[in-house]
Ligand binder design. Sequence first.
Ligand code: OOG
Ligand code: MG
Length: 261
Amino acid sequence: MSTTWDVERAAGVLLGCEDARSDRPPLTDEWPELDLATAYRIQDETLRRRRDRGERLIGVKLGLTSRAKQKRMGVDSPLTAWLTDAMALPAGEPVPQHKLIHPRVEPEIVFVMKDRLAGPGVTAAQALAAVGTVCGGAEVIDSRYRDFRFTLPDVVADNASSGAYVTGPVGLDPRTLDLALEAVLVEVDGQIVDSATGAAVQGHPAEALALAANDLGRRGLAIEPGWVVLTGGMTDAVFAPPGAEIACHFTHLGSVFLNGG
Ligand code: OOG
Ligand code: MG
């Protein structure tokens, strides 16, 4: 006899894995009909439950916006997910290993919004005009799926592997630099392991921001003033085991350091 899946049950199972720090097979192994619209309903239900337990919605994250990420994860379509205040990691704090299953770190360009941005039909230029500041950042991703094995509906339901994120020390007006040319070097234990420029993210991180506004717009939602937007990993993510020293060095946006704890 197979147990039937629904939005409520899937949300409970995924948040249960997060709380217990245990991974599991992808939902679609048991629920192959899970479609994208239902996956976003599961994601929204996990947000509702996070808010019920006191977390505050503070922004949105994009996932799989670069070829490097799409290739590694075997999913070739970008997605959006939610950020709450519980995911914000103060600069200088180590990776919160006690809350995570198998954390990985990826460099991202981060926007803090000045104006509301509501799709559909938002262009990259309009998106950039709504940004207050741009920062460098590092996201700590932590899939609830074993070995990060998932399909697009699985990863959407799992809030795009959300874990934690840290923003760098420099906040600039995005009109003062060319974000397509903004480079990052990823260093692990003093060795450069990867590099990219902002162009890796949909050609320009503002394209990713527009994409998020348009995706949310189709669901009747908008990006609000003050929100943080993570535009997606510029490179493949690196493992962040205890003891690792990870640094993301940006051209103009400073360096973000993360200790593996
Ligand atoms: C999915 C999360 C993707 C990004 O920036 O691409 C993401 C994953 O790689 O587990 O946060
Ligand atoms: Mg990310």
